[in-house]
Write a protein that binds this ligand. Structure first.
Ligand code: ADP
Ligand code: MG
Length: 703
């Protein structure tokens, strides 16, 4: 019984016009389990083809090859790997060593692939190298730096480490000088006592000198089969051991690949870092924006003021239109509201008399778009003193002193080219009102409201600037006092001393003097959150308008829209990053296709090979994540400061490094997980789905 048997085996290639060109034609041979068998023949006669078919590197077109009575074409991928790592072993014509790795490591590799741990493989390899008297200096030399003879010996020793049953040697002496050729033949001869050695050569004299049997070939056919020594065809059936999966053997290859492609990997790292850092910033933005806007918007000096009016819905049964009439709440209603929301003061509004935009002038020059807005009092807890950045807030309530916001301050400075703090503005408002006298003969008189005052800017407050306009803040209490003393000359003739305040209080709901609303002032600036909840407290018939809250809500809507936009672009960018990574890995894989084929020949699986590139990507991923964390930690602050400068939004970007959804370190873990997932997918998919060419072609790749 023979170990290997070929029955009518042919291998043909289809040439141009669908014509079969036979590299091997109807070869039937059988091989025992020991001895040195030489295959002799001219170049191109099919020797390598025969060897490749026996070794499972190529597939027969016709006929069957039996190994130990099993048809090798029926081997599954796993069987084939066991076959290649434990049963047959190749000594290639062109050595096919991993040129970037050391001699020692090349010899160790088949053992490592076969599941040996590093220590065992290292010992086996060293023992083997020593037993063949290989100079120790060669052990740690890179194969690329070895001479032809040295490479040949390393290639031979590599084929021995797993104690294979069959050694297939393709012209092992072809590139060697005479001494080295003899040395090689001696080695093969020695090995052939233990196992079957099939050697291809065109050196007839060496073949005759060493072989137990010579098979001569010509034109793809066997022309002679000469037995020199009798070798017995005897096999003792030994089932192959299981192939162990152990990824540790890849470490060295992965790290040397990483170094070999350092520049390319730096490029991958950069593109990943760009992707990751922008993801984190955008995520930080989505995460931090709401808080930031709320916090920043609360930095409005008049955030605590609002106006409140009553809405009277007029629904007509015949019309789809609902009319809403706004009215000022009555005195009693104001009391009720005041009780319901006790964080607020409910006051009469003087908006009809002194509008938000009176005429403002500075040095006799009129300034547009400056608003004149009330805050309750300069001297109590209703204002946020932390916002003051220049000058002071008056210590008592007076109309003579005002505070301006930064936009106003800067506008004035730019207009007049000097520091406008402590300078004087003129506020002017003039209106006329017809007021009821209660006198039947002359039911109405007209009074003129004239407000013309010089006010000194004593302080500047820092407000959020985005969406904010120049504002001059005055004290409502001082205005209330003023209205209390400002007498209506004409009406007083009929009603006795009547002040503008009286007129406002007495005005009817739909009277222009009522301005259809009253004012709300927050009692304590600390309780700013009640500004937003006020709508929930009061009954539905009232509507509250707060400039601060409106601006805040507008900004939230805008920023939310921007954030969604950014997330979409980020998604697209990430797809780009994945593709770049995939392309780079695939290029690397293609570049190394020959090295991979060598590993496959020594029993590595296709998945093992893909894992080499996946691990390289994972290294890239891990470095990228670390760099990205550092970069984003470092740049978040400056970016936030920059955004604050232009928009006054504080800490918009808030990357939740330490805690996310109440879980410690959840966010960094998610980022690491996502990155590694991306790296694995981007690498594995293109390699996994790439077209597979035969091992034989792959071994020739890049030659
Ligand atoms: P040897 O090793 O004896 O020099 P080979 O076994 O390498 O010869 O090749 C045998 C024949 O098969 C040659 O004529 C060669 O041109 C042909 N051959 C080998 N590989 C291919 C291929 N991929 N496509 C077409 N012909 C091939
Ligand atoms: Mg050949």
């Amino acid at each position: 019984m023979s170990l290997i048997e070929l029955r009518n085996v042919s291998r043909f290639y289809i040439s141009g016009k669908e014509q079969k060109k036979y590299a091997l034609k109807a070869v039937s041979l059988s091989f025992p389990n020991k001895g040195l068998i030489s295959i002799l023949g001219k170049s191109g006669c099919g020797k390598s083809t025969l060897l490749n078919l026996i070794g499972g590197i190529d597939k027969a077109s016709e006929g069957i090859i039996y190994f130990d009575n099993e048809d090798i074409s029926k081997f599954k991928e796993k069987d084939l790997m066991v076959f290649r790592s434990q049963i047959v072993s190749y000594i290639f014509q062109h050595y096919h060593l991993l040129e970037d790795q050391t001699a020692l490591y090349n010899v160790m590799l088949p053992a490592l692939i076969n599941g040996d741990d590093y220590k065992t493989a290292n010992k086996k390899a060293k023992d083997l190298l020593n037993s063949f008297s290989i100079n120790k200096e060669l052990f740690n030399k890179k194969c690329a730096d070895l001479s032809g003879g040295e490479k040949e010996r390393i290639a031979i020793l590599r084929s021995l480490i797993n104690k294979p049953k069959v050694i297939l040697a393709d012209e092992p002496t072809g590139a060697l000088d005479k001494n080295n050729a003899i040395l090689t033949m001696e080695t093969l001869k020695k090995m052939s006592k233990e196992c079957l050695v099939i050697m291809v050569t065109h050196n007839a004299s060496l073949a005759e000198q060493y072989s137990d049997r010579i098979i001569k070939m010509s034109d793809g056919r066997v022309t002679a089969d000469i037995r020199i020594n009798n070798i017995y065809a005897k096999t003792n059936r030994e089932l192959p051991k299981k192939h162990k999966t152990n990824y540790r053997w890849m470490n060295k290859i992965v790290s040397s690949n990483f170094v070999k492609r350092f520049k390319r990997n730096i490029f991958s790292i950069l593109s990943l870092v760009v992707g990751l850092v922008s993801s984190m910033l955008i995520f930080g933005f989505s995460n931090g924006k709401d808080d930031s806007i709320v916090k920043s918007m609360e930095r409005q000096f008049d955030y605590g003021t609002a106006s409140i009016c009553k809405e009277n819905k007029i629904i007509s049964p015949d019309s789809p239109i609902t009319l809403i009439q706004t009215m000022r709440p009555s005195y009693n209603e104001m009391q009720e509201i005041g009780q319901a929301c006790n964080d607020f003061r409910i006051c009469y509004s003087y908006d009809s008399l002194i509008t938000s935009f009176p005429t403002v002038s500075f040095n006799d020059k009129q300034i547009d778009n400056f608003s004149y807005s009330p805050i309750y009092s300069f001297s109590d807890a209703s204002i946020n003193r932390d916002l003051l950045i220049k000058g002071k807030i008056p210590s008592f309530d007076t109309l003579n002193q005002v505070v301006v916001n930064q936009v106003a301050y800067r506008t004035l400075n730019n207009l007049f080219k000097y520091d406008s703090l402590n300078s004087v503005l003129r506020i002017k408002e003039q209106q006329s009102y017809s007021l009821a006298t209660g006198d039947g003969e002359k039911p109405y008189v007209t009074d003129y409201f004239v407000f013309d005052r010089l006010v000194q800017i004593v302080g500047v407050v820092k407000e959020v600037e985005f969406l904010n306009s120049p504002k001059i803040f005055y004290s409502y209490l001082a205005m209330d006092d003023y209205m209390n003393e400002a007498v209506l000359n004409n009406l007083s003739v009929y009603l006795g001393d009547t002040t503008w305040k009286d007129a406002v209080i007495d005005s009817m709901d739909n009277d222009p003097l009522s301005s259809y609303s009253c004012r709300l002032f927050l009692k304590d600036a600390q309780k700013i959150s009640s500004m937003k909840s006020i709508k929930n407290i009061i009954s539905e018939q009232y509507s509250v308008t707060s400039n601060g809250v409106t601006v805040e809500e507008t900004l939230l809507t805008l920023v939310n829209a921007a954030s969604v936009g950014m997330e979409v672009f980020l998604g697209i960018a990430l797809v780009g990053v994945v593709m770049i990574l995939g392309i780079i890995s695939f290029a690397s894989y293609n570049e190394d296709i020959k090295d991979s084929a060598i590993l496959l020949c020594y029993g590595a699986t296709r998945d093992d090979i893909a894992m080499i590139y996946v691990f390289e990507s994972i290294m890239v991923g891990i470095i990228s994540v670390v760099v990205s964390f550092l970069v984003s930690v470092l740049i978040t602050k400056p970016i936030n400061l920059l955004i604050e400068r232009f928009t006054s939004l504080i800490n918009v970007i808030n990357i939740p490094f330490l805690e996310f959804h109440n879980r410690t370190l959840l966010f960094p873990l998610l980022i690491i997980g996502a990155t590694l997932f991306i790296c694995v997918i981007a690498t594995y998919l293109p390699i996994g789905f790439s077209k597979r060419i035969s091992l034989k072609e792959e071994l020739k790749a890049n030659d």
